[in-house]
Design a protein around this ligand. Sequence first.
Ligand code: HAM
Length: 428
Amino acid sequence: MAQSINCQKVKGTIDFYGELSSKKRYVENKAREICKKYNMEEIITPTFENTEVFSRSSGDGSDIVNKEMYTFLDKSERSITLRPEGTAGVVRSFLENKLYVNPGLKKYYYCGPMFRFERPQAGRFREFSQFGVEFFGEDNYLLDASVIALGDKILKSYGLSGKYRICVNTIGDFKSRQVYQVALKEYFSKYIDSLCDDCKRRLEKNPMRILDCKVDKESEVLKNAPKIKDYLTDESKEYFKNLQEALAYLGCDYYVDDNLVRGLDYYTDTVFEYIACNDDSENSINGMAICAGGKYAELVSKFGGPDISGIGFAFGVERVTNLMDKFGLFDDNVKTKVDFVLIGLDKVAKLFTIKLANEIRDLGYVCELDYKNTSFKSQFKLVDRVNAKNILIFGEEEIKNNLVTVKNNENGEQKSVKLDDFLESIKK
Ligand code: HAM
């Protein structure tokens, strides 16, 4: 006997079907609609890139690059990586396609699967979807504030007000970070024995990454480490102050977390996260970021491009869906409502209903029919199953006289009307 195929999905992945896929699309489409109002363009980049697109942008001191990438050699021995995040690919595409040649701010949104080899748990998957935005062309605190406010607007559009907190910080400009890195190195060198093995390695390469360590995060050594705010240049201080004033003016309810550094190396100045809160249910994602981003003034030039600043964020579609589910925010908007079930009571009527259903669908209605049965009783089971609003019944009599029997399944009313009149009425 042939051995059966393993039907279990890979750990950390999700099958989306039924309401779950509708919820995912609802979340994605709502964000799309909002981005279109900002005159943003959709950018669709490949799901895999040459490995260095990520290793040289996210930073080879980051967990994402060191531990979480799905990297493999393809059949031509090229090192390929399934994208762990969207920004690097968008920047690569921005440069390769010279999207910077026309003047003005460039605004993109994207949505698609990302891959990270992380330990699966509530809200953390190995394949997940991000909806992200990237703005290129202006190094300006007003733009930073607007982008943070856009994330807030999208999350609020799901009814999530009060279910997350916006936390912002600055990691300063290049000069600020240079001095800060020295101070961190000096500080952590004193406590090297208490650091995890990864942090010992980070101390040499990029001491700021220690602040983002998942293992050492609760240790006193980390909590008492020097703070970037004490090493900011006057320009960086001024920029952050202006940003906060703009955020307050725009009505963004934010707080400053001077421990926030983010897990990717490409950020400069502004960083921010939207942290889930007030969710005390089982499998809670409380404390996790549902959305996060920052400014990257040097990333485009690091790729060899012109000196163009960027800023963006991405939210985890599954995390947003999870939070909306917890607070019962989906209601009926994700269930497809069937407007009509067409019932044909003999072979001729059956064929007729198939054609008519297509015409009614063209008018914008959702139609269902049973292709197999001709008895009323069997076909009525479908009406129940899909909870249809109306039933259209066709027997010999209706076909011969160009009539339809319409039954309103919600109030039970039934009437026989001319088919043309009925079609005219639903067109309206
Ligand atoms: P990130 O913080 O690595 O940033 O990810 C952004 C969001 O993706 C997180 O806040 C979270 O909601 C979701 N996410 C991350 N990892 C997982 C996972 N394993 N399972 C489920 N959801 C996850 C970035 O990726 C940056 N590219 C954001 C950005 C855009 N910065 C500037 N522009």
